[in-house]
Design a protein around this ligand. Sequence first.
Ligand code: ADP
Ligand code: ZN
Length: 733
Amino acid sequence: MVFASANSPHRIFPSGSRIAVLLPLPLAGAYDYHVGAEPLGEGDFVAVPLGGREVIGVVWGEGAGTVDTARIKPVTRRLPASPLPEPLRKLVDWVASYTLAPAGAVLKMAMSVPSALEPPKPLAACRLAAPPPGLKMTPARRRVLDTAAGQPAMIMADLARAAGVGPSVVKGLLEAGALEAVGMAPPATFATPDWARPGAVLSPDQEVAAAAAVAALDGGFSVLLIDGVTGSGKTEVYFAAVAAALAKGRQVLVLLPEIALSAQWLGRFAARFGVAPAEWHSELGDAARRETWRAVASGEARVVVGARSALFLPFLKLGLIIVDEEHESAFKQEEGVTYHARDMAVVRARLGAFPVVLASATPALETLANVQAGRYTRLHLPDRHAGATMPAIAVVDMRRTPPPRNFWLSPPLVTAIEETLAAGEQAMLYLNRRGYAPLTLCRGCGYRFQCPHCTAWLVEHRAAGRLVCHHCGYFIRPPRLCPECEAEASFAACGPGVERVAEEAAHRFPEARIEVMASDTLAGPEATAELVRRVTEREIDLLVGTQIVAKGYHFPWLTLVGVVDADLGLEGGDLRAAERTHQMLSQVSGRAGRAERPGRVFLQTFQPAHPVMLALTSGDRDDFIAREAEARRDAGMPPFGRLAALIVSGPEAAILDAFCRDVAKAAPRDGDVSVLGPAPAPLALLRGRHRRRFLVKATRSVNLQALVKAWLTRLKVPNGVRVQVDMDPYSFF
Ligand code: ADP
Ligand code: ZN
């Protein structure tokens, strides 16, 4: 990789010169325009004509000169917004060339709030004017004038409220000339976090890690990994770095995998710094997006906590990025521009010449390989805070002590739950499957309910009275008769989802207060926060949940975690299946015994000797990762080799398969490259489109981007067929 310095001079293009303007559209590249009467600078937002309409883009540099000068059109106008900062422009180019997405498609992510480019509307305010002769006075009017008398200017609605009158009274005085209208800039809404407030008193290990992170702020670009067991205080440690970066006048970006589920994190931030951080995620409303975008660009928003898309915000002086739970696959965007936010955060830090801090209890194998290669610095927190011990993890061999038929909780787990509840403590049951049952079939003829648009069974959601496709959202009400053999009441639910486990728990522990926590049972961030509060305040005894219960929550009274099906993530040919299952189960286990009371974890498995189970029970993560790394090195798989996927999809299988034969024929042939496929993707049919996949594997010395690009240019893609490139693919669905 070649990186330009963080501060190359800002270029100005005089009137009449030829410039390249990148548009937020999936075009092949930037288009050329002429500068109008006013000179323009790199990064300026401009409106330009494009095929009869006006589009807003960004001045990207000098024109390429490939188009006839006479045909080039002038820029219509410059927008009154500060230019897109240079490091962000470089990031756009970098992400585009790495992922092979059109640069305009990447720019679109950096221009996600077009309305923020126009100046904020001044608020309608007014102040006292010279009293016009013959003004009709009423008691209400009197009160308004008295209220306005002592004020420089007031927002009209505020004035009416302060005077205790309706808005029409103020309007009447304005029309009569007793008040005059003035524009008022909207007040600042992003308070500055108070970095001088004292944080937690750090333990010696935490102190060492925090000091290293703080020192890194003076050293330009670097990558630090806080590798600490669950509950070791990783958040407290990186808060110290956040405080130090703020003290230096920098902005800070904190990336969390699922910001909508981060109520506890937000509370901790506010407790530490006295104010809430700016948030950036898909649930924000339009006005909030606009204000946040502007406040990030002006530097007013000092700390932004966000999902991966926050990387593309126009920070004025970004000087530290934290990536919490850096191993999370949620950081990989799977649609559109397929980038990995953790990796691109490292690129962004490099472009801005500042440090990035990754934090995890189970760092990604890629990250640990970078530590081993000396590229990243590891800060280790081996113990839980305040003497809390790590939970005792045991496997339950489901072949030896199975639950009764059509039950899912084994006798040892049931006993442990009873003990926990009797002690007045809390338990959690984890199963990463929403709904009641993953498969419904007819006992008479074997008919199975399947999605007509996807290669998937319909999942029963009993509470909602529906059979639902978890891939496209298609659903039906369960019919009375079997669609095949017309038998009545013949359906059998096969396998458990969280609803079914909760039903069993209610049956076995009738006294317990039980709650289900899954993305479809929670109405939104507020409902989530409320449920978290109820668990924290011990209004719930037993929580049954999917992966969203596993994420970072701190429940001091939770002492037992039961994993209903520890084998669930292990099936399938996914390169990272074992690594991910280990991460997920470590994370879930980490919810147990985080305070004074020690925790226990029961893993129900049919494979008690699987390396993942052994690693969890022995606690020897490093040995497990070393073996995984060994296997990947032998197979030439990432991070020791390079991998790209081509997903080819289309509505008609015959056309698609014919095209796939062309793709295979045009595949690169080279000793350091191997191409696998076409293979039907595991979801061979998704939302009505057939899908095939090619995998390209190469040694690290190969320029995979150039190779794939050359391959694509050799193809003639039929109508309706789409070819998607996924560099470093994570998910093989
Ligand atoms: P991790 O992110 O490593 O899982 P957290 O940062 O969530 O750990 O810390 C676990 C719990 O311990 C939290 O409640 C946190 O407030 C507390 N904690 C950690 N370090 C300290 C400290 N130095 N002083 C006081 N409380 C701490
Ligand atoms: Zn479907």
